[in-house]
Design a protein around this ligand. Structure first.
Ligand code: NAP
Length: 523
């Protein structure tokens, strides 16, 4: 039986209590336990600030980037092992695991490359000088420097690899030491990866700590220069915002929460059109890839009312072709949810959606599961719901069923589509499918203020896009309102979260001396 440990003050330590079990969602078998009772989170934070922070701050951006590259190499060397853990503990098919594991490695490599563009500096100066006096004796420049705090990274269960390393890549490049807390249910992969990175002795002492378990006392110990980056449900996000330790210390706080993301088919995109086909592909991915457990996943599909039945029929046919089963077997499209608790939560959400929708496909435990017992594994059938006409709907815009579930809704015109999208109260990602660029642009303009990212697929983009749900490190990730209001990644933009922008006022000579070795960039 596996017993996960925490990595604090450069040592691996076990929790003092029996802890919480984590399982194989395909079989229900308990794989091990995770516990952080007795792990001193305050000490972990202090060590990060006092040992890891100065060690990282002494390195140039280029040198920090080299560390990221070496971490990526270490992780890439054991890719098969990570895929195996992802299959056993997260129920991932190889395609699902690739999104998490290769996504992590790719993001680290991207930031390693980006570091080279910053060169040998340790601070960043924004282009442009503001003159503050009549003559040229007194000016201002805006300078970004590393804050003397730690990055507290709290992650959701669905991306144990990418969730950790996408945040870590940005924090380390900014010079911030890390105390990471993976979600307990899937912490095994994060723990194994951090062990591999520790064994390779890449990072300076205190630059990376990991707390596996509930991390009692972590938020009580945050300080004013720390940066807390949380990913998870809106409910936990609310709790963290209101936490006394967070309120008292006022650290930087980034919340990446859930959202009820929309995909939108343009009025002119009938059956057989490119736009119609591309949306069908993405909707099929939404009810199969990672069993729908992506925060950016399509949840609502807005289709012009006259096209609704044709779209539902075509999507139902695609769903009928999906193979559900043991993610370790060849040709499986849909694995299980991550555990029994998530399955119960999905059923509870479906029961609420059922009041406003008609079930076209799925809605429960699948009748046929290849190579596994549906009574033991956490399998949920790919589910297609259609919203009933003539009802003032609430739940479809509000309830995120974290599984392979989409709801199709009809709309009459662009203003109505925008109004329906806005009912999600702010989302991570939207996608628009239109063959005409002007029509697409009008829809994108309506959706942009409500979303952190909008994907527009037209005839030119065709199949050559990255997908509705896939987060790219060069694009910002996060969304307004319910989605948490956070912003991660986005190339150099991500560094803002861990660095301080200061308006420095003084003589041109002083400013020149201060910024002589700084990288010039706009964050
Ligand atoms: P969750 O239950 O909110 O947990 C998220 C993280 O918060 C876990 O590490 C959890 O630890 C931790 N946590 C819970 N209570 C805490 C406390 N009192 N102090 C410190 N940490 C605490 O979410 P989840 O079930 O893991 O993930 C699913 C949700 O995440 C979905 O709603 C999904 O939409 C959202 N999500 C959002 C994004 C995004 O980028 N916006 C990405 C992925 C997922 P334990 O596991 O130990 O309880």
């Amino acid at each position: 039986m596996i017993r996960l440990e925490s990595f604090v003050r450069g040592r691996w330590v076990a929790g003092a209590a029996a802890g919480r079990p984590f399982c194989d969602p395909t079989t229900g078998e308990v794989l091990g336990h995770v516990d952080s009772t007795g792990v001193d989170c305050a000490e972990a934070l202090r060590h990060a600030r006092e040992a890891g922070g100065p060690a990282l701050a002494a390195l140039t951006f280029e040198a920090r980037g080299a560390l990221l590259g070496r971490i990526a190499d270490v992780l890439a060397a054991e890719r098969d092992r990570w895929f195996d853990i992802a299959r056993r503990n997260s129920g991932n098919t190889p395609r699902d695991a690739a999104i998490d594991v290769d996504g992590a490695i790719g993001t680290l490599r991207y930031y390693a490359r980006l570091a080279k563009t910053l060169g040998p500096g340790r601070s960043i100066v924004e282009p442009g000088t503001d003159r503050l006096a009549k003559g040229d004796t007194f000016e201002a420049r805006h300078v970004w420097t590393t804050r003397p705090g730690a990055a507290v990274l709290i992650n959701a269960f669905n991306f144990p690899a990418w969730g950790l390393w996408e945040k870590a890549a940005v924090a380390l490049l900014a010079g911030a030491p890390i105390v990471a807390k993976p979600a307990s249910g899937t912490a095994w992969l994060a723990e194994a990866m951090v062990r591999a990175v520790d064994a390779a002795a890449i990072l300076p002492e205190g630059a990376l700590s990991l707390v596996c378990g509930a991390a009692e006392g972590l938020l009580d110990a945050v300080g004013p220069f720390d940066a807390v980056a949380f990913t998870g449900s809106a409910a936990t996000g609310r709790m963290i915002r209101a936490h006394e330790g967070v309120l008292a210390a006022a650290p930087r706080l980034g919340i990446e929460a859930d959202s009820v993301n929309v995909a939108l088919l343009a009025a002119s995109a009938g059956p057989g059109s490119d736009a119609f086909e591309r949306l069908l592909e993405q909707a099929t991915a939404a009810v199969s890839v990672k069993a729908g457990q992506l925060c950016t996943n399509i949840r609502r599909i807005l289709v012009p009312r006259p096209l609704r039945e044709a779209f539902v029929e075509a999507l139902a046919a695609r769903i009928d072709g999906l193979k559900i089963g043991d993610p370790g077997l060849d040709g499986i499209d849909v694995g299980p949810l991550v555990d029994e608790k998530q399955l119960r939560a999905a059923f509870a959400g479906l029961a609420v959606l059922a009041r406003e929708t008609r079930v076209v496909r799925g809605g429960g435990i699948p009748a046929h599961v290849v190579g596994a017992d549906p009574g033991k594994g956490a399998f949920l059938a790919p589910t297609l719901l259609v919203a009933a006409d003539g009802r003032d709907l609430e739940a479809v815009h509000d309830v995120e069923v974290f599984g392979p579930v989409v709801t199709v809704l009809g709309y009459d015109d662009t203003p109505e589509a925008a109004r329906l999208a806005a009912r999600g109260e702010g989302s991570l990602a939207a996608s628009v499918y239109a063959d005409d660029p002007s029509e697409a642009a009008a829809l994108v303009a309506a959706l942009a203020p409500l979303h952190g990212r909008v994907l527009a697929v037209d005839g030119v983009v065709g199949r050559g896009h990255t997908g509705h749900a896939i987060v790219m490190p060069m694009c910002v990730h996060g969304g307004p309102g319910r989605a948490g209001g956070g912003e991660e990644l986005g190339g150099l933009r991500g560094l803002r979260f861990h660095m301080q922008r200061t308006a420095v006022q003084g003589s041109p000579a002083m400013l020149a001396a201060l910024t002589a070795e700084a990288a010039t960039a706009t964050l």
